[in-house]
Each structure stands twice: as C-alpha cells, then as structure tokens.
Design a protein around this ligand. Structure first.
Ligand SMILES: Nc1ncnc2c1ncn2[C@@H]1O[C@H](COP(=O)(O)OP(=O)(O)OP(=O)(O)O)[C@@H](O)[C@H]1O
Length: 283
C-alpha cells in the first residue's frame, strides 16, 4: 500500500447528525468514516444531476446505491472516485482531507478502484495483462519495459484471489461472462484499494452467478478490509448484500437506511411508475 495512505488518521469524526460536522483531515486518531459528502451537488455538462447530498461512508461497510435509470447512480460513483469533482459542497476522505487539490484527488484515486458493468477489459490481451492494467498509473505511461516482476506477482495473486490463476494467460476473448467479471474484480483488487466502487457489476450475468459473485464481494470486503459502494439494479440482491441502501430519486437521496427498512413503500417512492415487488426475507 502506498505510504501516503498511512498518514496518521484523523481524530474520530463527529456523528453525521451534528450540525457543525468536522472534515476528515490527516490529524492523529482513528475514524470510522472513510468518506464524507457534505452538501454536495454534481453536474454533468452544466446540468444539475444531484444536489444537497450528505453522506458518510463508514470504513469496512457495504453500501448499495439504487434508483431509477438515469437518476445519477454512476454519476455519484464518479464523484466518489474523485473523477467528477462536486459542483458545490465538499468531499472529504479520511487520511487525505478535503479533495480540493490535484494532489489530494490523485491520492484518493490511487486508493480507490472501480469494477464496471461491461468489465472494460481488452479482449485480445490475456487475463494477466488486463489485471496489470489496473496498475497502469503506478509506472510511466510510455514505458516500453516489461511489467516489473513484483507487479506481475501482485496481478497473479489477484487472479488467484478470484479463482482464475489457471486462466491467467488466456486471452479475455476466450473467457465466459462470469470469468470476465472476475478479471475485472481482480484488476480492481490488484490496486489494493481501501475503497472499492462497483457499477452494476452483475448486470450481464445470470441470477445464480450474480448471487455467487455477490458472495465473493462480501468475502473480499471482509478479507481485505475494503469499503464497498455498489450500484445495483437488482433490489433483492442489494438487500442481501448491503448493510445500507441509499436510494436516489429526483436528484436527491430519497432513502438511506438498512435493508430491513427498504420495504415496498420505500421502493414505491423510488420507482413510482412500477409496482413495488413483494418484499422478500433476508438474513
Ligand atoms: N458524460 C456525460 N455528459 C453529460 N451528461 C451525462 C453524462 N453521463 C451521464 N449523463 C447524464 O447524467 C444523468 C445521470 O446519468 P447516470 O449514468 O449517472 O445515471 P444512472 O442512474 O447511473 O443510470 P443507469 O441506471 O441507466 O445506468 C443522465 O441524465 C445522463 O444522461
């Protein structure tokens, strides 16, 4: 892990409900909050997509982002990732502070990784080479040299983590949908992120495989002390995987609570044009 992330942690943050919430900085102490959005508004091409977002993401937690198509779920992930700075408000990260400068944004991006719906893999390259691309920002972009041995070992370890060591040298074009998704997960893991973002990672796999991959995400979060924020369309899966559901509607956070409170009425408020599915049991 890069040394910059081992800065002394800030003092414990005040609860989210406090009026004068403090900002994560690199002071002494520990914080249960990894990431904090304070009155954040987000725009795309000058158009306001989301506004007034107050959100604390706790370290080691799994948060599912749900909401209708086009509401701004991927946009929110892009802001959490540091790719799309807020139009107003602040985004703060424990150990880094407010993401206001290029250096702080870079530090945050280096400690985060994203898994995409369509994997964003290069089909003609091997699984191993695709995973190595997760480390592309850790060496010179025009380097003609082979990947250093240490990075190759890191990438192989990430492939082993998702059960694909045996296919490390296979071109991605020859892998199944589920295997490709695993390569995408390995490419994120190789960055040793503390924040893992996932944008509809189960959208192109069948329900049984989605269930299995969800189990793998849960294990990875636990084993690697990750914090996961995952955009999901499958509400049942969101309820089973996450300990917290954040629902977006009308440009705002319209629901924020545990799966047990995400009942038919809450769903109907997020998806008013569709009848809410029957509530299902969850552990
Ligand atoms: N690069 C962009 N430039 C301008 N507008 C964009 C851009 N990307 C997305 N938008 C707009 O921002 C809004 C939110 O899009 P976003 O992709 O975040 O929604 P979403 O909730 O993730 O949708 P879906 O569930 O369909 O993936 C939409 O109106 C979309 O048209």
């Amino acid at each position: 892990m890069n040394g910059i992330y081992q800065l002394p942690l800030e003092r414990a943050l005040a609860p989210a409900s406090d009026a004068g919430r403090s900002t994560p900085t690199a002071a002494a102490g520990g914080s249960p909050v990894l990431l904090r959005l304070d009155r954040v508004s987000i725009e795309r091409s000058g158009k306001r997509i989301l506004e007034g977002l107050d959100l604390d993401i706790r370290r080691g937690s799994i948060t599912a982002i749900v909401g209708p198509s086009g509401i701004g779920k991927s946009t929110l992930l892009a802001t959490l990732n540091g790719l799309l700075p807020p139009a107003s408000g602040t985004l703060s990260v424990d150990g880094i502070g407010r993401l206001q400068t290029p250096a702080s944004l870079l530090a945050h991006r280096r400690s985060s990784a994203t898994v995409f719906q369509e994997h964003a893999l290069i089909a003609r390259l091997s699984a191993l080479d695709n995973v190595l691309l997760g480390l592309a920002d850790r060496r010179h972009p025009l380097s003609p040299l082979p990947w250093p041995r240490a990075m190759r070992e890191q990438a192989l370890a990430a492939l082993a983590e998702v059960g694909l060591l045996g296919k490390a040298l296979d071109p991605v074009a020859r892998l199944s949908g589920g295997e490709r998704q695993r390569v995408g997960i390995a490419r994120a893991l190789v960055r040793e992120p503390r924040l893992l973002l996932a944008d509809e990672p189960f959208a192109s796999v069948d329900p049984a495989l989605a269930e299995r991959l969800a189990g793998e995400f849960r294990r990875l979060v636990r084993d690697h002390a990750l914090t996961l924020v995952i955009v999901l369309h499958q509400l049942d899966l969101a309820r089973r995987l996450a300990e917290r559901i954040v629902g977006l509607a009308d440009g705002r956070i319209a629901f924020d609570g545990p799966p047990s409170r995400f009942d038919a009425a809450a769903q109907a408020r997020l998806f008013p044009l569709h009848p809410a599915p029957e509530p299902t049991c969850h552990p």
